[in-house]
Design a protein around this ligand. Structure first.
Ligand SMILES: Cc1cc2nc3c(=O)[nH]c(=O)nc-3n(C[C@H](O)[C@H](O)[C@H](O)COP(=O)(O)O)c2cc1C
Length: 308
């Protein structure tokens, strides 16, 4: 007898995020059956094998034990209701999805991130579960982001990321460094700014490439140095640290970050970031700032330093 508490263990197993799937097959009468499972794992590429674990207590245990195949439907972020339906004793679970028979015969769903239609490769009894190992006979993927599950709750990472940037207009700036100096431009009020631009539909990487090209200097787009929201919470700022091989700027001047220069920086948050940059340049150990204009955290960057 193990002295491990199964409930505590289940909670511990639930701390890492998994995807959510619905595993389907047909019962001996040909009726579609399925259950929600997050135990899905890829096993082998050659041959292509996957596995899923079915609880001995499942009402569908006997059917899966006899089935000659099963399909794994990887649910998309907007399919929480499908997950819930296939995890509860609902009369007709299949009424909540559009589905059809996959090439191997098991039900595959519309709108999923992916499905894998499998022949039964092997069944392995393991404790209070039966491991179903399937050989993938056909599969399909879609760009729909997958639904996540951790600590007993669904995680919709892509939807949350989109909500975060929705409405918040994104501004990208380039902290272009050359031999200890930083490219700064003068604004209409005689203050100094970094080269910056709004991010349109093109996305942050393309906006950064455009921004660098406009400065007329040769610079490599580097890593994200700072991410912050302005006080009015209107703009999300992303600043990239970019190393320059030199060249004459079409706009702005490479400037030493002295105290006098820092006092002329137009934006308080950018000034703080450049102070940090000046300090970190000295010790050659960069971090990334996450936060808003007044509070935040600097976390170290794994690479340690981008300086030669
Ligand atoms: C997110 C999530 C993941 C689950 N993963 C599994 C699993 O991997 N294996 C399993 O047997 N049950 C799993 N369950 C529980 C079953 O879906 C649930 O017990 C279901 O009612 C079983 O149906 P059945 O008895 O009709 O087979 C999970 C439930 C949820 C909500």
């Amino acid at each position: 007898m193990s002295n491990i508490d199964p409930r505590a263990l289940r909670n511990a197993f639930g701390t890492f995020m998994t995807g959510v799937t619905v595993v389907t097959t047909h019962d001996p009468d040909g009726n579609p059956i399925g259950f929600t499972a997050n135990s899905f794992t890829s096993v082998s590429l050659e041959p292509p094998l996957v596995l899923v674990c079915l609880a001995n207590s499942s009402r569908n245990y006997a059917a899966f034990e006899q089935a000659d195949g099963f399909a794994v439907n990887v649910l998309a972020e907007d399919q929480k209701d499908v997950s819930n339906t296939f995890a509860r004793p609902v009369e007709d679970r299949f009424s909540v999805v559009q589905w059809q028979k996959g090439p191997q015969g098991s039900p595959v769903f519309d709108g999923v991130s992916a499905w894998f239609d499998c022949s039964m490769h092997k069944r392995v009894e393991a404790g209070d579960h039966l491991i179903l190992i399937g050989q993938v006979e056909a599969f399909e993927t879609s760009p729909a982001p997958g639904l996540g599950y951790a600590r007993g709750a669904y995680v919709t990472a892509a939807a949350e990321a989109e909500a975060l940037t929705q409405g918040a207009k994104l501004i990208v700036s380039a902290l272009i460094e050359h031999e200890g100096k930083v490219l700064l431009m003068g604004n209409d009020l005689g203050k100094l700014t970094l080269p910056e631009t709004r991010v349109g539909k093109e996305g942050a990487s393309a906006a950064l490439a455009r921004l660098i090209a406009e400065t007329g200097v040769e610079a490599e787009p580097g890593f994200i140095y700072s991410v912050f929201e302005d006080e009015a919470r209107e703009h999300q700022h992303i600043s990239f640290l970019c190393q320059s091989a030199g060249g004459t700027p079409a706009k702005g001047t490479f400037t030493q970050l002295s105290q006098t220069t820092l006092m002329d920086i137009a934006d308080a948050a950018v000034c703080t970031m450049l102070e940090r940059f000046a300090n970190e340049s000295r010790i050659g150990n960069f971090g990334v700032y996450y936060g808003n204009q007044t509070t935040g955290q600097v976390r170290p960057v794994g690479t340690g330093s981008t300086r030669a």
